[in-house]
Ligand binder design. Sequence first.
Ligand code: NCD
Length: 360
Amino acid sequence: MISRYTHLIDLNDHPVSWWNGLLSLAQEIRNNPALYANSCRGRIMGTLFYEPSTRTQMSFQTAMLRLGGTIIGFDNPQTSSVAKGENLKDTTKIVSGYSDVLVIRHPTVGAAKAAARTAECPVINAGDGGHLHPTQTLTDLLTLKCEKGTLSGLTIGLCGDLLNGRTVHSLCKAMSCYPDNHFIMISTKELKMPSYIKDIIRAHGGTFEETHSLEDAIPKLDMLYMTRIQRERFASIEEYEAQKDTYILTTKKMKLGKPDMIVLHPLPRVDEIEVAVDDDPRALYFKQAKYGMYIRMALILTMLQSTKQTELLTGQQYPGISCKNPKCITQAEPYLPKSFTGSGTTLTCEYCDERLLLEH
Ligand code: NCD
């Protein structure tokens, strides 16, 4: 299925040259903000935030306001017709008809792609459940580019909830497209990186190792990406309690890191970084949040100017076959066509990337 708009659902739907263009434009905007103050005058950005957000939502809003545009939308679906039972398709159809670009965050995996199917303007995925978060990754790329001067040849440590953290999924997918990056995945065995992400790293020729020890990993790192344990994605509070507080970055552990290692975190922090670490010049997570505004300015501008069509669903439907992932949007919104890529006994759901093994 081809949509006539340019959407950003997964960064990897676009070539690396497109990401690099956004990074250059963001740097240009950061250096000359006044030149862009009226670039989006008369344009409207819709924001549908079905899940809580501070940075992503406000940096998108500020980005549009700083470009001279305006914003509509909700940050609490309970104050919209969603509370009356309106489905995603109808809400998206209406708000995209009012807007020039639509930003959506949703707790269900694949929701942004589902919304883009019927949207009447470009859609930006601002986080779909534990799946992907492409604009956080653009933020991370811009931070790395400006602070490390390169996106290649880096040893990248990812620590915390690697199973449910959408930011680390998108980041690994993106950084594996630049040469010679090595990933050290630091987590408990329960919260390991999903295998489909590891397959993508391998397919791009990237390398990775897995460990449960933050102390062992730290001395090797050029960048440490800390994440919180994603309480809202656990089936029970007991399972969450068993995982929380496993990894806490302290000033003592920071002493093990290289002098030019940088520490990033998508935020919000719960307690996985001790507050005293904030005073270490290598702790760049607050600066990172500011980079997020510039990259979103570049993204909005680019998407509003783009006429490129997006291929949304490229696979096939199979009679009687549906995705088994309980967190997939096709379970919550039954009207959606159940589309899969792959063949033979292994199919991949086009909304959530979960694999489905068929028995013959
Ligand atoms: C992240 C998110 O929402 O996935 N935050 C963000 O967008 N800056 C990380 C998180 O919630 O832990």
